[in-house]
Design a protein around this ligand. Sequence first.
Ligand code: BGP
Length: 470
Amino acid sequence: MKKDNNKKLFPKDFLWSASTSAYQFEGAWNVDGKGPSVQDINENIPEGTTDFKVTSDHYNHLEEDVKLLAELGLKAYRFSIAWTRIIPDGDGEINQKGIDFYNRLINLLIKHKIEPIVTMYHFDIPAKLEDKDGWSNPKTIDAFVRFAKILFENYGDRVKYWLTINEQNMIILVGQIIGMKMPKSDNYLKSLYQMNHYMMLAQSKTMKLCHDLLPNAKIGPAPNISAIYPASSKPEDQIAAMNMSCLRNWLYLDAAVRGIYNPTVIAWLKKNNAMFDIKPGDMDILKSGKPDFIAFNYYNTSTAKMPESGIIKDQLTSQQKLKIEPDFYEQVDNPNLGKTQFGWEIDPTGFRTTFRETYDRYGLPLLVTENGLGAYDEITKDFKIHDDYRIEYYTKHIQAMKDAIDEGVEVIGYSPWSAIDLVSTHEGIKKRYGFVYVNRDEFDLKDLKRYKKDSFFWYQNLIRTNGESL
Ligand code: BGP
């Protein structure tokens, strides 16, 4: 991919995109032969929050939604394929109606000159596979690779950009919050990273298969990557920040890009008696499938300090467990940053840092697959949504991305979250992200009509001018 030397412009073929995921957007959870995913039967949905059965009902608004994406001017659209629409029980019969649905979507996108970017798996493992221990069972590797093969065979003639697993790192680090079933075991940490290993093997095999079957396609992982700051200039806080970055970021990209496990994480697992099993040949598999680009989701940075010594993990509350790894790092608030209405830190400069660090480390083209602001949008009586706060958020983040590009980072596209309103992973439809408003409440489905927000027209103009309007 060529770099553009004109500092004022984004690269000529820059993929201005927007993202959704199947279980948060499609609805129709049990229609036309679709099997249940773990998300459809998730029993841990917080009180007062909707489930994932209807969501934005994209399944029944397909033509209308793609027209909106075309009107927005998107050059690309990132969506995920529901594994359970294609193979209802995860590893058995193929459901032709599921195949047909995504054919219709892909053909509509191509008709409107929108490049499809396909996520193969976005948090919605088939419930039937979960009954057989899901990703903790090595057989799921074969089930996933078979699913991937079916996708390549059916859509590979039209889909050039593929993403393997959405936010594998968040599944491992906070899976219970995003509706995943986590391993049950006496040695939880070991089981967790065993599961991670199986997912890594599935990903490498899939990347290799993609290159074997579709020589013109490009494939990459899609973790959530963010820079980690030390809480102070104390040298040990810098070590804590590096530790956190290894565990949160580099473990996943080192395995995907370099085919190795991050040594800091391996040392930490061994110290905790939690080293997972690596069978002979596994590392060869990891090395055999490599990505063409790195896709990553970015919402915020983190800040870490070295925790006080003597902390015992089992004595921490579940909230503390999410933030503290004894003798390794403790995540703390960053007093220099503001927060969203939902308490997420906002850090455009951290976006630039994340680009720089990731590109320095791996040297592969970068594709942003998520970035965005969850907010309580209000619709006026005349059906307008004045989301100037979202425009401000995007302006700053896209400027930071542009700064990184001007500093030499190769960025091939930007796919904010989300194209159209959808249901948040654990905070319902009230936490809205889209450029398009979907008229429904948490439990009142209303008419599900679509209304363009102010940010829709802003992004449309930005795309039309290839970023010059910034
Ligand atoms: C990412 C996920 C998305 C998405 C987004 C916003 O982690 O890949 O599925 O929902 O974050 O998160 P939330 O919905 O929790 O606000």
